[in-house]
Design a binder for this molecule. Structure first.
Ligand code: PMP
Length: 439
């Protein structure tokens, strides 16, 4: 926005009190920082009165768009009755029952406050259950801010190590070395190399964590072969398999795991299951979930959180999912197919090396001739990153909110009209950026 805009003035003021002017580093990039005023359905209006179609939905957390009337109504009523007590509430049981009914791998569920916490709880549960300390994860996979989950997202190739032996690189400066050494990094969808690496640590690994559609790795689904192999390996080696479905749970009624022949031991969820409120959840099979309750010498993994399962989040999440059943899931996934088909057609017509990946209601646009297959292929050199930034910024200017990687998470109020508008805008933008894309 121009320097006189209200967003620009707010951002200047924010610098005084918030490091970098924000509380979420993911909102910070070299584009304009915008401030929201209000939103309804799939449209969000900023403080300068500019309306945009929202393809970001608070990074995939609003499955029904903004201010969905059934959620507003249910939550407003709950707020009037109190927002949290030093007691449990019935809605927590209702919501747990609803979620456990959605997947064979969900015998029990624990609610927490974020995806980060859900992944952390999963990793700690695996360690408590197996008595082992190492966690294996996919190179480049984003699983939130728990130290172990952060390893291996090095932004520049010189730190990656060999392709058949990816380095465990800490994200945050000062991360304890021991902790990094306890994180085993495997390449995405490369079964042979992954198993070779896992075998080297077979007796020390508590769990293998995998996101079946990793946004920052490439947003291509995990192959059945890869998932089956990880499941087999974890069973044979007495380790657990954890699915991170913080983003992907929306893919099917029972999460994206429904696409595979195998079931994980534990599943981390978050984002859309909170109906727009802060949430996380860890679901799993009975004997593993027992670590939160009782062991031979007490509770193996005591886990509490002041706001965990607070009735506001429980009410919002329960309402969101009650209105996101088989027909809504199918309809939204179909809309995603429509978007990917039309985007692919556009890139072909424009004859530019751009492609789209994703499944269901999630997609990502890459400046690559072919879909990247892993973290390394998804890597953007500075010039390429600048063009992606320019596309996202131009979309802002034209009235579209994307996730900053040029990804989208659709919401149920959307129709083909909004997709057509996005494709139209991209047609204009990509034509004008064509020389830079071809450089
Ligand atoms: N796992 C995945 C796959 C995620 O995308 C995210 C958030 N983008 C997280 C975990 C962490 O969730 P939260 O931001 O709620 O802590």
């Amino acid at each position: 926005p121009d320097a006189a805009s209200r967003s620009a003035r707010l951002f200047a003021r924010a610098q005084e009190f918030l490091p970098g002017g924000v509380s979420r580093n993911t909102l910070l990039y070299d584009g304009p920082m915008l401030y929201a005023s209000y939103a309804k359905g799939c449209r969000v209006v900023d403080v300068d009165g500019r309306e945009r179609i929202d393809f970001a939905n608070n990074v995939a957390s609003h499955i029904h768009g903004h201010a969905y009337p059934p959620i507003v109504e249910a939550v407003s009523e709950q707020i009037g009755r109190g927002t949290g007590f030093t007691m449990a509430t019935e809605i927590e049981i209702d919501f747990a029952e609803l979620l456990c009914g959605r997947s064979d791998s969900f015998d029990k569920i624990r609610f927490v406050n974020s995806g980060t916490e859900a992944v952390m709880a999963g990793m700690k549960a695996a360690r408590a259950y197996t008595g082992r300390s190492k966690i294996a994860k996919v190179e480049g996979g984003y699983h939130g801010a728990y130290d172990y989950a952060e390893v291996s997202q090095a932004p520049s190739p010189e730190n990656w190590g060999a392709a058949d032996c990816p380095a465990a690189v800490p994200l945050a400066k000062g991360t304890p070395r021991g902790l990094v050494d306890d994180t085993i990094v495997i390449p995405y969808n490369d079964t042979e190399v992954a198993l070779k690496i896992l075998n080297r640590h077979a007796h020390e690994i508590a769990a293998v964590v995998i996101d079946p559609l990793p946004h920052r790795v490439c947003m291509v689904p995990a192959s059945g072969n890869f998932v089956n192999a990880l499941r087999r390996w974890t069973i044979e080696n007495h380790a657990l398999l954890i699915f991170d479905e913080v983003i992907t749970f929306r893919s099917e009624v029972g999460g994206m795991q429904a696409h595979y022949e195998v079931r994980p031991d534990l599943t981390a969820m978050g984002k859309m299951i909170g109906g727009g409120f802060p949430v996380g959840a860890l679901a799993g099979v009975n004997d593993v979930m027992q670590v939160f309750v009782s062991g031979e010498y007490g509770v193996p993994l005591p886990l509490s959180g002041t706001f965990s399962a607070n009735p506001v989040t429980m009410t919002a999440g329960y309402t969101a999912l009650r209105y996101f059943g088989p027909s809504e899931v199918a309809k939204l996934n179909e809309l995603g197919d429509y978007a990917r088909k039309n985007l692919t057609e556009l890139f072909r017509t424009l004859d530019i090396p751009v492609c789209v990946t994703g499944i269901g209601s999630l997609f990502r646009v890459h400046l690559k001739p072919e879909p990247p297959k892993n973290f390394r292929e998804t890597f953007q050199a500075p010039a390429e990153k600048a063009v992606v930034g320019a596309i996202v910024r131009s979309l802002y200017e034209e009235g579209f909110m994307m996730i900053h990687t040029c990804s989208a998470a659709l919401s149920t109020p959307m129709t083909r009209l909004e997709i057509d508008m996005l494709v139209d805008a991209l047609n204009r933008i990509l034509k004008s950026l064509r020389p830079r894309i071809l450089e």
